[in-house]
Design a protein around this ligand. Structure first.
Ligand code: SF4
Length: 331
């Protein structure tokens, strides 16, 4: 289903006379003002609003079924029309400072087929690819609540580049000036390394931020943790990343989830540093984001890395001139 399906559906109920103007007004109300109740679209006649409400009902294709807000995170569980569940999280960074900003972490699939061993979504298995309308409706929901959305990360449920058609269409609509009008540089796509789609992203969205979830510099260990490595080996992914860097001269983020006793040793830190240095003159454009694993209540295998181990790992990278930061974890 196309992202425009919402507007196509609406168009069917508009009178022939004045149709394109009404459609423009409705599009503006939805995507610019975040109005998701037809009755609130006061720029169009009441009788038309009533008709749309009666025939279509809801503007949003997702139903909010649970919501929790606390501290710096605001989490929403949505249900799609097919009754599959996904979640989106709004996060507030640097809340006390003048340059505080809000970032939205959205899902691209319900469940995921790739089965990374440490991932709760992977344990659910694949349920469905979200349509571009469902993906962008996650953003629209927060917009309708009048939250400023400064940046968007495809880091929720699912592997975005495994649902490439819908994700690329969603990217178009998120950046389109007549829809969400977000700058490409305010969008982050996180991938476990789907090589052909990384190349497509470089071609179509060179300015969008890209994060590669590496989690181990050792191919065999990574394949155990992340079976996708068997289809897209680490060195093939880096070839595509190096090409992107050469073309865009922009940073690429390497996500590294620290799992206690698994991938948090200095041996791994050294291998990670070597892997990055091997990139040659552009190696300084790789930035490592260390993330401390936060085990859920169901987690039986992996544990949170010790604070001193995390500090030691980070220090090793810094001493070896690798650009690195420890990401804030919201759980
Ligand atoms: Fe989880 Fe992402 Fe791996 Fe899928 S690709 S199992 S969502 S970490």
């Amino acid at each position: 289903m196309s992202v425009l399906s919402k507007l196509e559906k609406i168009e069917k109920f508009l009178p022939e006379k004045g149709r394109s103007l009404y459609l423009k007004q409705i599009q503006y109300a939805i995507y610019k003002r975040g109005t998701v109740d037809f009755m609130q679209m006061t720029t169009i006649p009441l009788v038309l609003r009533q008709k749309l409400k009666q025939e279509i009902g809801e503007v949003l294709s997702l139903k909010n079924i649970w919501e929790v807000s606390g501290g710096q995170a605001h989490k929403v569980l949505f249900e799609t029309e097919s009754k599959d569940r996904i979640e989106a999280v709004r996060m507030l960074f640097k809340p006390e400072s003048d340059d505080s900003y809000e970032s939205l972490c959205i899902s691209s699939q319900s469940g995921c087929a790739l089965g990374c061993k440490f991932c709760a979504t992977g344990a659910i298995g694949f349920k469905k690819n979200l349509t571009s309308e469902e993906i962008t409706d996650e953003v629209l929901y927060f917009k309708s609540k009048k939250f400023a959305v400064d940046s968007i990360s495809f880091m929720g449920m699912g592997e975005p580049l495994s649902n490439a058609e819908n994700v690329f269409e969603a990217l178009k609509i998120l950046t389109d000036k007549d829809f969400f009008n977000l700058g490409d540089r305010h969008i982050n796509v996180s991938t476990v390394g789907i090589v052909p789609q990384i190349r497509r992203l470089t071609k179509e969205f060179p300015q969008v931020n890209l994060a590669f979830s590496l989690h181990s510099p050792f191919p065999e260990q990574r394949a155990q943790l992340m079976p996708v490595t068997n289809s897209y080996p680490i060195d093939k992914v880096f070839e595509a990343l190096d090409e992107r860097i050469k073309l865009t001269k922009r940073r690429i983020f390497l996500a590294y989830l620290l799992l206690a006793g698994v991938n948090d040793s200095l041996e791994q830190a050294k291998a990670l540093a070597d892997l990055i240095k091997k990139r040659g003159p552009h190696s300084y454009l790789y930035h490592v984001n260390l993330i401390r694993f936060n085990p859920g209540p169901e987690e039986k295998v992996f544990k949170k890395a010790e604070r001193e181990t995390v500090d030691g790992f980070k220090k090793y990278l810094e001493e070896n001139k690798i650009s690195v930061s420890l990401r804030q974890s919201f759980g």
